[in-house]
Design a protein around this ligand. Sequence first.
Ligand code: SF4
Length: 195
Amino acid sequence: MAKNKFHEFRERLKQCRLCRDMIGFEPKPVVWGTPEAKIVQISQAPSKKVHETGKPFNDLSGAKLREWYGIHEDIFYNQKLFYMTDIYHCYLGKDIKRGDAKPPLNCAKKWLHEELSLIYNEIYLIIGRVPTNFLFPKKNFNELIFNDQTFNGKSAYVLPHPSPQNIKWFKDHPEFYDRVLPKIKGIVHEVIYKK
Ligand code: SF4
């Protein structure tokens, strides 16, 4: 029954074209994962490459996340282990300023709550400032990264976006590598590999 609900949701989401006029091309909502996934990863929006392939984090940022988690692609893309979603489910093109009040939050407000209610994950990994600001409004991004959180009654861990373009944040916060990453890797491994 729960699976049917998820599949019905998934089909509705994949048909969504709400942002077509705004972005000027055909939206392609990306959905990746199954309701039994142990980890839900929430990020900002699919990149152009993800739009073209339908595969989340199919880029340098994905490689960096796998390095942080200490896992290979076969684990990362195992849809019974990782459910990957975004605040905006579609690539919005280069011209849309994400983080603006208007189009951006329409997608999260329309889909995210229902989507997350259908997944039986154990933990959340929240990637980057935009989804973090949406899920933890008015809280300090850096403090969220360096302290464990709870979201939807489950453990949640906030991470900076792994994009190479985020290099300044990593330069400004070298303690991230010692204080946060080993813990994240341990938690991901525990959730994935425990019997
Ligand atoms: S970004 Fe979200 S709201 Fe906009 S078309 Fe895609 S699925 Fe629909």
